[in-house]
Design a protein around this ligand. Structure first.
Ligand code: RIB
Length: 316
């Protein structure tokens, strides 16, 4: 049976151009404009669906052309969007993205309808939270909706996975409901008030997060891979080095999607982290958010290659 995943979060249309990332006050000329479906919530939903999960999306879009394109894109990858409301009083969320020649990006989000997702919207989706193996949460929708989703998931025994991006302070009440927290270094520093500039500091910050009642922390470390801190241990996982870096947009979302599918399929946290690393690493080799997310076959091929390289290394 497929993994059942429900995502409560944002949908954005990404307006993307390639350019040097401008300094404050600077105007630069970019490349052609690309209009690409994105939003952290929808990206994670698409990542999970492309890996074979049965995915439900809960969110809000406007009543505009972008909404039609965003929903059509979810339909194309078999993400159910019965619980995505079309709001006549707001525009669909939009992200303005500049990608530079090294694939790094700079993003400004105009949340639009995402900013109006309410606890009542989440209550209306209780059936798909109840049926899920895990729910995926991020912070591009109001905290009230995020907290309500975590409470319902906890009530029904679905695993709560929170990717605290974009970073903001979180109430202890929410952190105590989280089974797996997936921050990066910046988000970890903001949540803990501690520096995260070296290994010792990072492990101390992860330990502090666990004191809030979070089940496990998976700290994404970019080109240095990921760290898993749970009740038993702290473990580092090496990255998959991408063949080329075209655009890092949605690499984190790919990581969350890949990890969640593996967990929902019954793999352990330690088995699931490489799925996250592989999915995120493949996403950076292509431009854009949702079009860059890999298929299950691509992820399995990369994981098999890594296993075979490891075995060869052991034999030598
Ligand atoms: O994580 C990448 C996403 O962040 C983009 O797709 C953009 O919409 C912003 O939400």
């Amino acid at each position: 049976m497929s993994a059942k995943i429900t995502v409560i979060g944002s949908l954005n249309m990404d307006l993307v151009t390639r350019a040097k990332i401008p300094a404050p006050g600077e105007t630069v000329i970019g490349g052609d404009l690309q209009t690409v479906p994105g939003g952290k919530g929808a990206n994670q939903a698409v990542a999970a669906a492309r890996l074979g999960a049965d995915v439900q999306m809960v969110g809000r879009v406007g009543n505009d052309l972008f909404a039609e394109q965003l929903l059509a894109n979810l339909t194309a990858v078999s993400v159910n969007h019965d619980h995505v409301t079309q709001d006549p009083q707001a525009a669909s969320g939009v992200a303005l993205i500049v990608v530079d020649s090294a694939g790094e990006n700079s993003i400004v989000v105009a949340p639009g309808a995402n900013g109006r997702l309410s606890p009542a919207d989440v209550d209306a989706a209780e059936s798909v939270i109840k049926n899920a193996d895990c729910i995926l949460l991020q912070l591009e929708v109001p905290l009230g909706a995020v907290l309500r989703a975590a409470q319902l998931a906890h009530k029904h025994g679905a695993k709560v996975i929170l990717n605290p991006a974009p970073a903001q302070p979180l109430p202890d009440e929410l952190l105590a409901l989280v089974d797996v927290l997936i921050p990066n270094e910046t988000e970890t520093a903001l949540l803990t008030g501690l520096p995260t500039t070296n290994q010792v500091e990072i492990e101390a910050a992860a330990a502090k997060l666990r004191q809030f009642g979070v089940g496990a922390i998976i700290l994404t470390l970019g080109e240095r891979g990921a760290l898993l801190a749970d009740a038993d241990d702290v473990t580092y996982f090496p990255p998959f080095i991408p063949e080329k870096i075209v655009d890092t947009t949605a690499a984190g979302d790919g990581f969350v999607g890949g990890l969640s599918v593996a967990l929902a399929e019954g793999k352990s946290l330690a088995e699931a982290v490489p799925w996250g690393n592989a999915t995120g690493s493949l996403a950076v080799t292509r431009l854009g958010a949702q079009p860059s997310l890999p298929s299950r076959a691509e992820v399995e091929t990369l994981l098999a290659q890594a296993t075979s390289e490891q075995q060869q290394g052991v034999q030598q």
